[in-house]
Design a protein around this ligand. Structure first.
Ligand SMILES: [Zn+2]
Length: 297
């Protein structure tokens, strides 16, 4: 359905006004980031104009997860995740666990995360990261909701931990996958989903992904901007402010389709179908509508 009110405004140059041939789900949008505070409604309008109809707003700590829930309440088509990012793992304690458990009960929250391991930067110690991740694996089992996982330079340990938990968790996506073949196949062997960002558009560090993307089964693949981060490096025009946003997702999908040797529309339809199933968006949408009806009555 084309939204008659959806327009691109002045921010995006003509060359960056993409429109996906089929509706898209951006499974990783950090819309609670301060850089979106001033013009979020315009960002959402441009997303709709680009046919990016559903956004999963990433909750990376308690405050951001609560904000993500509020955005999901305010705007149709938005859903939230709730977790503690490995960078913040040192803050994990019993009260945070309680807060997360409560967030996971909310209908707006469609996944547990962003959580995981990041041994690239080690802003929290590896021990603290494993402790917080283990606890959130437990919360995913409790809630039955899928996991939204972050992993950087920690593929081996991640696979070990997930192997232990795999039978108990419902589903998991490794978002912004950037690792090598061995890690990819390890994840696929564990029957996980893979999220791809505009990393593949990066001619310095994304080259290896261009070959790898063919190895991901179509029904295991989802797409995301990870905005405001990871602005695609090969956009056909410069963007003022260099902030990535959901309306640029069709460009990433086009690029992934190119390297897979597949059709853009087919890839768009498949990733959306997968995301709707993975995050159980039909059920979340019904809860959303019921709540809105109640608010209006
Ligand atoms: Zn991440």
């Amino acid at each position: 359905m084309v939204d008659p009110n959806a327009t691109f405004d002045d921010l995006l140059p003509e060359a960056l006004r993409f429109r996906s041939p089929a509706p898209l789900v951006d499974i990783g949008a950090n819309l609670t980031h301060a850089s979106f505070a001033a013009d979020l409604e315009a960002v959402l309008r441009r997303a709709r104009a680009a046919n990016v109809t559903t956004l999963i707003v990433t909750g990376t700590d308690r405050a951001h997860a609560e904000q993500a829930v509020q955005l999901a309440q305010r705007f149709p088509g938005l859903h939230a995740t709730a977790g503690v990012h490995p960078h913040d793992a040192s803050h994990w304690d019993a009260s945070l666990a309680t807060a997360m458990r409560e967030l996971h009960r909310r209908p707006e929250v469609v996944a547990v995360g962003e959580c995981g391991l990041d041994f690239h930067r080690n802003f929290s110690t590896p021990a603290a990261q494993e402790r917080a991740f283990e606890a959130q694996l437990g919360l995913a089992v409790e809630s039955g909701k899928p996991l939204f996982i972050h992993e950087r330079d920690a593929g081996r340990r991640m696979r070990e931990m997930l192997r232990t938990w795999r039978d108990d968790i419902s589903d998991a996506v490794v978002h912004c996958f950037t690792a090598e073949r061995e890690t990819l196949h390890g994840y696929l062997d564990l029957d996980l989903h893979i999220g791809l960002t505009g990393w593949i558009c990066d001619e310095r560090r994304g080259i290896h992904l261009r070959e790898l993307v063919r190895d991901i089964p179509l029904e295991r693949l989802m797409v995301e901007t990870d905005c405001p981060y990871l602005l695609p490096r090969d956009l056909p025009a410069k963007l003022k402010g260099r902030r990535n946003e959901p309306s640029l997702l069709p460009w990433i999908v086009r690029e992934i389709a190119h390297w897979r040797g597949s059709d853009e529309a087919q890839l768009a339809r498949a990733t959306t179908h997968t995301a709707r199933r993975f995050f159980r968006l039909a059920a979340a949408g019904e809860a959303d509508e019921a709540r809105r009806a109640q608010q209006e009555s």
